[in-house]
Design a binder for this molecule. Sequence first.
Ligand code: C5P
Length: 286
Amino acid sequence: MLTITVEAPAKLNLTLDVLGRREDGYHEIKMVMQSVSLTDKLTLTSEPGEGIVLSTNLGFLPLDGRNLAASAALRLKEATGADWGRLAIRLEKHIPVCAGTAGGSSDAAAVLRGLNQLLGLGLSREELAKIGAGVGSDVPYCVLGGTALARGRGEEVTPLPPLPHCWVVMVKPAFPVSTPELFAQLDGKKLRCHPDTEGMLEALAAGDLAGVSRRLFNVFEEVLEPRKRERVEELKRQLLHQGALGASMSGTGPTVFGLFDSRERAEEAYGELRPRHRDAFLAETL
Ligand code: C5P
């Protein structure tokens, strides 16, 4: 029996831009991503037998190939012919589900990294990212992690100079969002504003946290239904009022986050938000 434990960090979008619809039905996107210390934990065990058995602390998650962790293992097997006998995946979820913070994609990436190590497959990060692209658009970034620019469908990932260390308060408001629906909303709309991605890259290169914080921007905020958008605006205002240097929504939402250069102020903001939000988190950048 072989076993390994791997961590799967959540991601935040420092910027998210959608440039247009592609022939394959996906959208051309450009986004700056950042890993944070809110993490899921996965234990992978290879033992005699066959098949994949997934278990998790969240009762409502699918445990078959629809779960991205299982899907990633299947893709890796297809791509490499790796034989792990029976694979048990124990998934301990802390990252909220359907939140815009890549929880599922990060679990998939952790399975790829973990199995590569456990079975000594010797695949490079680039090879793992390529396999991950078949699982989901955010998986290649999650294989790499850190601060990075993602382009194309999301699978063209370029590492960037790391964001200066800071504290992050994340809040997932209690309304659902649908990623395909939000992309469809964008198709019928001429966006008023786009993120200053070049400026963001310059701020990162200069290690300028204030400059990064000023440039946080996500085009999906503009296409949220008015009531949801107002809720996101309200949370951003609250975070800024509590001393965040900048605030934005991550991915297709609904998670809203603020960046803080002071641990104390981040703790205070978290303390204010926590009693009224089931999904509020205090984290730091990785
Ligand atoms: O690749 P993934 O399964 O994560 O994408 C989920 C959905 O998001 C896709 O089915 C598609 O509707 C939308 N999407 C898109 N363009 C992208 C990424 C995702 O339209 N670049």
